[in-house]
Structure formats: C-alpha cells, structure tokens
Design a protein around this ligand. Structure first.
Ligand code: PLP
Length: 400
C-alpha cells in the first residue's frame, strides 16, 4: 500500500502484510499470554527496551498491534493503543495525563460514564474539572487554570449532538500548552480527524462504528508517540485494561467495511432526520446535517458527513417518551450505537442516568429526549416503524 493511498484502501491494508504471515489474506489471531525468549539475555534486553520483540500480551500482542497500527494510520497519528473498552481507554488517558490537584476542562456534555469517571477522579484524587459549553473562545480561556492539563471533549456531544469547533479549541490549547483529548466515537476517522485540526489525542469506543456489528466491547487511543508511550507504560500496563487478540481481529475485520457502512448510516440518518422534522409529534430534532441546526456551520467545516446519530424530543414527558419507545416493532430498545440494527434509547434514564437531574437539564438532556442510532436497514422500513410509533403517541395524547 502506498503512503498516500485513499482512506478506503487504508482501512483494508494498513497494519497488516500477508507476506509476513504465510500469505494469509485475513490476519492471524495470536491467542497467547506470553512469548518464549530464545535465551535469558534476550529477555533482559526486551525488558530493558533495548531489543524489539514481544514479552507478554498485556504489554503487546501481534494481532492487537496490527489494529493499533491501522487505527493510527486512519487517524493520522503516530501511535495507537488498544483497550478492553472505551471506558478503559478514557480512564487510561485521563489518569495517565493527570496527577492529584490537576484540572481537566471538559465539554458540557459527555458520555455518562465519562461524567462518572470525572466525579471519581475528583473525589479520590482531587483532580478537579469544569464542564463548560465550548462555543465561546473567551469562556474557554476564562476557565483555564495554571493546573489545567487536559481539555477533554466530545463532538458531536453525546446525546445532544452539540458540536465543538476543534480548530478553535486546538489554537487555544496550543497557547496554554494543554493537551486536547477528543472522544471521536460518534464520527470515526472516516468523518472527522481531530489530530489534523490541532487535537493531541483521539479516543474511540470501538464498540460502536469501528466494530460495527454489536459483537465486541473495545477502546482505542491514538496520538503522538511520546504521549501514547507514556500511557502504554503507565495506565495501560499497570492498570491493565487491555484488548484481547480475538477482539482486535473482530475490529480489524470491522474496519475494512467502515467507509461503506458509514456512508449508508449517513444516508439513512439524513432521510430519517428530515422525516422527523416534519412530524407534528416531534418537538425538535438535533442532527448535524440539518442546515437549521445551530452547529451546522461547524459540521460543514470539520465533518466530512453528518453521521448516523439523531437526537430528538417528542412532545410530552418522560412517560410519553418511554411509551413511544415501547411502541417500536423493528427498532431495538438498546444503548450503544453504530450497529447494523437501528437502536433507540432514552438518555435521561439510560446512558446518562448517572448524571444528576439538574446537571442533565443543563446539558440539554431533558426527559423527552430520545437518541436514535440509525442502522443499515432500508431507510423506508426504519421510518415506517418510527412513524407508526409517533402516530400511536399522537392518538394516546388525544385520548388523555
Ligand atoms: N464514549 C462515548 C461517546 C460512548 O458513547 C461510550 C459508550 O457508549 C463510551 C465512550 C464508552 O465506551 P465503552 O462502552 O466501549 O466502554
């Protein structure tokens, strides 16, 4: 593969060469815990970092390394690291790059367990944080403290779909020598590459679009070699939330079809968002591809397409939202996203239930907000199911 090959070629060929593996087209899985040294001196040299080679699978494994190399190429970073879950990746990065009394500046909305982790870091290790809307550069600058080590953000933010201007944040961070860490789960490198826009570390819940088939829980990190090596040698090695070789293999396979799947997710979501917007039972729709969406101009600048996730509010309260979800026939009531199946969930009582009610409201996660991960089914079938549930919601409100 040439270095300047297109993304669609890189997802298939980067990180693996069949020449080195008996011509095997599919990469081999190395399900081994440890690696045999030819002699004691080799073991000593590998532990001392003086000789390349594997030692023990928590410190590195050939199948996992293929995936780490592939994701690094796709994100345009120097080095990748694989973890046993997205949260293992988030915690390894946040704990690896901070110490007691440091400060993290965080986007107003984040995934519920990331919010929980920030609370835990504060309570246990006095790592402080502020959650702020990152739309105004002056507000960001006003919240930077001498001990701020990380600006952590999601864009689009889960589940409100609000966007953060990565280039703007990158410029501010460079001035203050702070690392920008971006959770790129919603976009994948096919739609957005934060490292090209001045961010330093990208994180993925690879459980989602990268795996793409709802059969693996995994996390990935990409960044510059020095920072990633630091995380590998500390919070990955010693806390140990590593990925299994079999999961790495599933993700290598999933990545091959990422562009094809993402295009279909994007096409379907665009169709569904337009339909939802027109429906009388829907109060509002939050979708980066909607020209009326407040952050549409940011989406146009930094995302190649608008993604497969839509959030929307139905008219009514929490019970109405739950009843609406319960009327689905084809769509699956499930958290997670990025799978072939269209998934529908209620953030206030599911993914973001750990966030206290007041903080949730501030983030825009109201009780009537619903998140949809638009799948790969025929778009007409997805809409038919949503429409019958919306009609049933209207009928129920009329009889009350
Ligand atoms: N980041 C985002 C944006 C997520 O949506 C999730 C899970 O839903 C995570 C991180 C955590 O990933 P995992 O469930 O793989 O630990």
């Amino acid at each position: 593969m040439r270095k300047d090959s297109k993304f669609e070629t890189k997802v298939i060929h980067s990180g693996y060469s069949s020449d080195q593996h008996h011509g095997a087209l599919a990469p081999p899985i190395f399900p081994t815990s440890t690696f045999v040294f030819p002699n004691a001196e080799t073991g000593e040299q590998r532990f001392a970092g003086e000789q390349e080679g594997y030692i023990y699978s928590r410190l590195g494994n050939p199948t996992v390394k293929m995936l780490e190399e592939r994701i690094a190429v796709l994100e345009g970073g120097e080095k990748g690291l694989a973890f046993g879950s997205g949260m293992a990746a988030v915690s390894a990065v946040l704990m690896g790059l901070t110490k007691s009394d440091d400060h993290i500046l965080c986007s107003q909305g984040v995934y519920g367990c990331t919010f929980g982790l920030l609370q835990m870091l504060k309570e246990k290790y006095n790592v402080e944080h502020n959650l702020i809307a990152m739309s105004d550069p002056d507000v960001i600058k006003a919240h930077i403290q001498p001990n701020t080590k990380i600006i952590f953000l999601e864009t689009p933010i889960n589940p409100t779909m609000a966007l953060v201007d990565l280039e703007m944040v990158g410029k501010i961070a460079a001035k203050y020598n702070i690392k920008v860490v971006v959770d790129n789960t919603f976009c994948t490198p096919y739609l957005q590459r934060p490292l090209e826009l001045g961010s330093h570390i990208v994180i993925h819940s690879a459980t989602k679009y990268i795996g793409g088939h709802g059969d693996v829980v995994a996390g990935l990190v990409v960044g510059d070699r020095e920072t990633v090596d630091l995380i590998a040698a500390t919070t990955q090695k010693d806390i140990g939330g590593i990925m299994s070789p079999f999961d790495a293999w599933l993700l290598l396979r999933g990545l091959k079809t990422l562009p094809v799947r993402m295009d279909r997710h994007c096409d379907n979501a665009m169709y569904i968002a337009e339909k939802l917007k027109e429906h009388p039972a829907v109060e509002s729709v939050y979708f980066p591809g909607d020209p009326e969406f407040i952050d549409y101009p940011i989406a146009q600048r930094q995302m190649d397409r608008s993604g497969g996730l839509i959030s929307f509010k139905i008219k009514g309260n929490r019970k109405d939202a739950q009843n609406f979800i319960n009327s689905m026939k084809l769509l699956k009531i499930a958290v997670s996203l990025g799978d072939a199946e269209t998934l529908i969930q209620h953030p206030a009582t599911m993914t973001h239930a750990v966030v206290p009610h007041e903080a949730r409201e501030r983030m825009g996660i109201t009780d009537n907000l619903i998140r949809l991960s638009v799948g790969l089914e025929a778009k007409e079938d997805i809409w038919e199911d949503l429409e019958q549930a919306l009609q049933s919601h209207i009928r129920k409100s009329e009889t009350v």
